[in-house]
Design a protein around this ligand. Structure first.
Ligand code: ATP
Ligand code: MG
Length: 434
């Protein structure tokens, strides 16, 4: 029987105590992407199953083993997105974005769903930040997207990251490669796992990405796609490297990288973290020049990457990274009695309309319990109002850290509170310069 008090295996709750960390990371991602001209796009969490079969590829692990697919009440086959590129491509074609001025640059943050064996850094619901650039065939675009990936990782303070790149060529140069690969794996056919035996005739490159230990051991000695590039793909790869060198971006060429999705062509890359154990790839990306056409759109080249947000959070946690402090309550107002409670509502509302986080008692508790709560939530200032304060039209607010007190008139409450906050910010600034 399903347990209703436990989240589904492989899913995580993001609790209010951690949300500011995710907001910081996601904010930096979108902000950095905008420096490169990428604008946010939001697409549905589910699509017609065919969208993923057509793009991610029928012979990939993702499609064969990992998708959450179901028939809806109308009898349509629906799939929860295992990644966002497919839906984004569907969307830019549907809305004709790739028919206008190119390049079109979009970025996204969103949940992804894969039926995988849950473990550290591998979830069934996880989140990706990603970018896609449509209409740019030049190697400069590859370097730009990689540079953006690196700057995003820098902006959130990730350390110990390395960049690995490879080229997996175009369909033309892959013909010879497929032949060599098929010959190689044919001579080891008895050792391959069952899925890979099927892949051998349909898509031998997918064997290179198989997670089974025997297949990956065989894959390590298989012919390398980088040795089979046609002149155009070789030149493209050399130019990508020249652009990366010009941008002073360090990389290593790793001929083993093929990426787990079928749509990639030419450049592929991964950012790998040295701080999170086995699931070390925090970002994967590359070119997918044939995908838009394959999905029914015009023939425009494209490229992008996706980062696993939970894996990045894991790396940051393992590095004891600093996050900006969580937002704190600016002023807690503790009323004593019914009349004061009504005044507290008025004061809180005025403060909130001026952009301050104000809270007051909404549980009908006594003063002691209220002050304990104000302390617990880390309120920066507090005040108590009762009959005397209401009669005088003013109250005393207390700085919870220093104990310093100041009198505020109800008539100009918000304005005077703003002055106190400004004074305190100024003196903090002065202290930091001393
Ligand atoms: P892996 O080889 O680790 O399975 P992948 O090649 O399947 O990764 P992509 O489809 O390229 O991954 O997704 C891009 C990024 O999304 C990965 O580099 C990773 O950071 C993250 N990611 C992928 N699958 C998961 C998952 N199940 N749980 C958490 N993060 C994931
Ligand atoms: Mg995977």
């Amino acid at each position: 029987m399903a347990e209703i008090n436990r989240a589904i295996k492989g899913t995580n709750d993001m609790l209010p105590t951690d949300s500011h960390k995710f907001q910081f990371v996601e904010g930096k991602m979108l902000e950095t992407a905008s420096l490169y001209g990428f604008r946010e796009i939001r697409v549905p969490v589910f699509e017609h199953t065919e969208v993923f079969h057509k793009s991610v590829g029928d012979t990939t692990d993702v499609v064969q083993k990992e998708m959450y697919t179901f028939d809806d009440k109308g009898g349509r086959s629906i799939t929860l997105r295992p990644e966002l590129t497919a839906g984004v491509v569907r969307s830019v074609i549907e809305h004709g974005l790739v028919n206008g001025a190119l390049p079109v640059k979009v970025c996204y943050v969103g949940g992804c769903y894969r039926y995988e064996k849950p473990q550290a850094g591998r979830l069934r619901e996880f989140h990706q930040f990603g970018v896609e650039c449509f209409g740019a065939a030049s190697p400069a675009a590859d370097a730009e997207v990689i540079a953006l990936g690196l700057q995003v990782l820098d902006s959130i303070g990730i350390q110990n990251i390395s960049l690995e790149i490879n080229s997996i060529g175009c369909p033309e140069c892959r013909k010879n490669y497929h032949k060599a690969l098929t010959e190689y794996f044919n001579s080891h056919i008895d050792t391959l796992c069952e899925t890979c035996r099927d892949r051998l005739s349909r898509n031998p490159m997918r064997i290179l990405d198989c997670k089974s230990p025997v297949c990956s051991a065989l894959a390590a000695d298989a012919p390398k796609v980088i040795d089979y590039l046609c002149d155009e793909c070789q030149e493209h790869f050399d130019k990508v490297k020249a652009h990366l060198d010009a941008a002073d971006i360090k990389y290593t060429v790793n001929p083993q990288i093929v990426r787990g999705l079928d749509y990639y062509t030419k450049t592929v890359f991964e950012f790998v973290s040295g701080d999170i154990g086995a699931q070390s790839t925090v970002c994967g990306g590359g070119r997918y020049d044939g995908l838009v056409k394959q999905m029914g759109g015009p023939a425009v080249p494209a490229l992008g990457f996706a980062m696993g947000i939970e894996r990045l959070m894991l790396a940051l946690a393992n590095q004891n990274a600093d996050f900006p402090e969580a937002k704190r309550c600016d002023l807690y107002i503790a009323p004593m009695g019914e009349t004061a409670a009504i005044k507290a509502t008025a004061l809180c509302t005025a403060l909130r309309r001026d952009g301050f986080e104000a809270q007051c008692d909404v549980c009908g508790r006594g003063l002691k319990a209220q002050m304990k709560y104000a302390d617990k939530i880390g309120a920066l200032y507090s005040t108590v109002i009762g009959d005397n304060e209401i009669a005088d039209g003013k109250c005393v607010i207390k700085n919870m850290k220093t104990g310093e007190t100041t009198e505020l008139c109800f008539d100009e409450f918000s304005k005077q509170f703003m002055q106190i906050k400004l004074d305190s910010a100024l003196s903090e600034l002065e202290e930091s310069f001393c």
